[in-house]
Design a protein. Structure first.
Length: 415
């Protein structure tokens, strides 16, 4: 399995990947996003993140190796690493029916961010275990009935099943980033005219539960909020709460990129750190500054949502005939941030792992691992690899409590 990739091989990998997929579905995916980005510029960061592989390959298709050291090069590196992993897996696949199904899944994932996230995390987990000296099999590459993600075998350890689940930062949140951006786009366009020159307007909007998803309902909600703001009300008829403040902008000129931080800081000064989602708009020509936050009256229920995900993975997708390992990726959490969470008291990650591992229905579960987002790290000139932080808990009970699988997952590379 390919774990490190030399940048000099990018053109070769790209050509092979295109050949395997019999086309370039990433170009179609990014082209279809253009109208949405034009209609809602506030969705840019979210879409570039969700469709990062598609954008990375699209950049490379257009400008190739000339992009090296440009601001989009990290995105290209991530995309080419993914393409190389797919090429390697297909070349080693033994089941032709499974290989065809796998390539179909890869092709479709460019227009399905959730599927792309799942595949990328499976690849990353396999790469980490391969570094530990494991042999990896993908049930999806075969035509058998097994539903877990990876079958892992290694010397001096029981063969075990791995189920990978990538937990979005929106997990358990009553308002998702996507839904928030739709309302915020409407509100910022509508309320920018109400901002006084040289002022910073900060506004917090708290809806009772969730946001509507239909465009006409979002239009109505935005109009109601804007009307209530202009009338000086602190709520709408449907119970949306409003709070705002006007703050003086810096007297001396500030570069646009720094001004965005100033506006964010102004909102935090008034309302504290964000409970929900914030949008910042700065019109340099007119010296207009606006920050709107939308949040819910309901609190986030991250661990409740992850519990449902964990139960499904352990109870329904593992066979219960072998030891199992559940791997949870905490999206949006860096290597350093995961290490910080691991040292907190009280420790919410330890509490949740204990709950999952201690369930009597999970006797076949040998360990639970949390994984941070990956970071591309240079090994030497022109060679990159993805690295993460891992926080592992081994089961204190059950027939695999002393299997050593958790220690294997954390062990030093054997290659």
């Amino acid at each position: 399995m390919l774990t490190d990739l030399h940048e000099a091989h990018f053109p070769e990998v790209y050509a092979r990947f295109t050949e395997l997929l019999q086309g370039k579905p990433w170009l179609k995916a990014t082209e279809k996003l253009r109208p949405h980005l034009k209609a809602n510029p506030l969705s840019l960061a979210r879409i570039q993140n969700e469709y990062g592989v598609a954008y990375g390959l699209t950049h490379f298709d257009r400008d190739g190796m000339s992009l090296a050291d440009s601001k989009v090069w990290p995105t290209v590196q991530q995309a080419m690493s993914y393409a190389a992993q797919v090429c390697g897996l297909v070349e080693n696949a033994k089941d032709e029916k499974g290989k065809k199904a796998y390539l179909g899944r890869i092709s479709g994932s460019f227009s399905n961010p959730e599927e792309m996230r799942a595949i990328r995390f499976e690849h990353l987990t396999a790469m980490v275990l391969h570094h530990r000296g494991a042999h990896i099999e993908w049930p999806d590459e075969c035509s058998g009935p097994e539903r877990f993600d990876l079958l892992v075998s290694a010397e001096d350890i029981l063969t075990f099943e791995v189920e990978c689940k990538s937990c979005s930062s929106d997990k358990g949140r009553p308002i998702t980033t996507k839904d928030a951006s739709e309302l915020l786009n409407r509100l910022t366009k509508d309320l920018l005219a109400d901002v006084s020159s040289r002022d910073i307007l900060v506004l917090k909007v708290r809806v009772p539960k969730r946001l509507p998803t239909a465009h006409k309902d979002l239009d109505s909600l935005a109009a109601e909020v804007a009307a209530a703001f202009r009338e000086g009300k602190d709520s709408t008829e449907v119970g949306v709460l409003l709070a705002h403040a006007n703050l003086a902008a810096p007297a001396a000129p500030v570069p646009p990129e720094e001004m965005m931080h100033v506006i964010y800081g102004a909102a935090s000064h008034v309302f504290g750190e964000p409970e929900g989602h914030r949008a910042i708009v700065y019109n340099e020509k007119k010296s207009l500054s606006l920050c709107i936050e939308v949040c819910s009256g309901r609190s986030a229920q991250f661990f409740n949502a992850v519990w449902e995900t964990a139960k499904h993975a352990v109870q329904d997708q593992m066979t219960k005939l072998r030891p199992g390992c559940l791997v949870l990726r905490l999206e949006g959490i860096s290597k350093d941030e995961l290490q910080h969470l691991a040292g907190e008291t009280p420790n919410s990650l330890a509490w949740f792992a204990t709950k999952v591992l201690g369930d009597v229905r999970h006797e076949h579960l040998a360990c639970l691992a949390y994984v941070s987002d990956e970071e591309m790290v240079s090994l030497n000139s022109g060679s990159e690899t993805a690295q993460t932080s891992t926080y592992v808990f081994e089961s204190p009970v059950g027939k695999y409590s002393k299997s050593g699988i958790g220690q294997f997952f954390m062990g030093s590379p054997r290659i």
